[in-house]
Design a protein around this ligand. Structure first.
Ligand code: NAP
Length: 255
């Protein structure tokens, strides 16, 4: 990973932030993108101090195509050659049934999880294809393999990510570009707090009674997947806490 350029979307928290740390430890250069600039600035300063990491921070909303296009097209020359794009920015909002669904939540999930991932990928691929190498890592979910009560639109967006990962494999075959789809189960991050709009107590309960995954667990697996030799491509990985089989079977102790 030394001197490789890794572009991480959603780097200001959770899995994305852990990816930044794990790749920084290995000597990579990082492009960090999220909406919360202060978080990115603090992370970049921390990584510089700990590992001497070179970073380029971008405050951007992946839902805004014009903004994403501007950012990618105006990358400084020394940041234009991207080795790995980690399409991680994403979120869930609410657990309402479809008949009670909140349109604003649907739009936000669809625009971020599907359209944002597509915009990033569309804008970054041409340069990778020109070089004949590169790696796209899409963070889907266990929710992209199973639907669960209250999951409806969030699950649909993650099923879509899975479909897009498979489509990328087909479309990019012969270009030298690798694609890896990552399906995490329960990971303790800001995810549930965002889903429940800041209700910390409700969010805490999601991770109670068992040991969930942590961002670093996922980041280390991504590092493994992207550090294989050029002729080896890991297409798809499902990672769950040891206590979780699927959204329905979770060994949760109540006390
Ligand atoms: P998190 O802690 O809430 O982090 C989400 C990241 O996405 C934040 O950095 C957030 O940054 C960024 N983001 C959200 N909307 C954005 C937008 N419109 N533009 C740019 N950045 C945006 O959640 P996480 O668990 O790490 O989630 C990361 C990915 O893993 C998501 O795709 C999620 O669906 C997936 N996942 C999570 C779990 C889990 O249990 N946690 C399980 C399976 C899959 P800003 O708010 O600063 O923009």
């Amino acid at each position: 990973m030394k001197f490789k350029t890794i572009f991480i979307t959603g780097a200001s928290a959770g899995i994305g932030e852990s990816c930044a740390e794990v790749f920084a430890e290995k000597g990579a250069r990082l492009i960090l993108l999220a909406r919360r600039r202060d978080k990115l600035i603090n992370l970049a300063a921390d990584l510089l101090k700990k590992f001497g990491t070179e970073t380029y921070s971008i405050e951007c909303d992946v839902r805004n195509y014009k903004a994403v296009e501007k950012v990618i097209n105006n990358l400084p020359d020394e940041w234009k050659s991207i080795d790995v794009l980690i399409n991680n920015a994403g979120l869930a909002r609410g657990i309402e049934k479809i008949q009670e669904g909140v349109l604003e939540n649907w739009e936000e999930m669809i625009d971020t999880n599907i359209k944002g991932l597509l915009y990033m990928t569309r804008l970054i691929l041409p340069e990778m294809i020109k070089r004949g190498e590169g790696h796209i890592v899409n963070i889907a979910s266990l929710a992209g393999r199973y639907v669960y009560p209250g999951g409806n639109v969030y699950c649909a967006t993650k099923f879509a990510v899975k479909a897009l990962s498979e489509s990328m494999l087909i479309d990019l075959n012969g270009t030298g570009i690798k694609v890896t789809n990552i399906d995490p189960g329960l990971v303790e991050t800001e995810f549930s707090e965002v889903r429940f709009r800041g209700d910390k107590e409700k969010a805490r309960k999601v991770y109670e009674g068992y040991t969930p995954l942590f961002g670093r667990d996922i980041a280390e697996i991504i590092l493994f997947a992207v550090s294989r030799p050029q002729h080896v491509m890991i297409q798809d990985i499902l990672i769950t806490p040891t206590d979780q089989v699927n959204p329905y079977i979770l060994n949760k102790k109540s006390n």
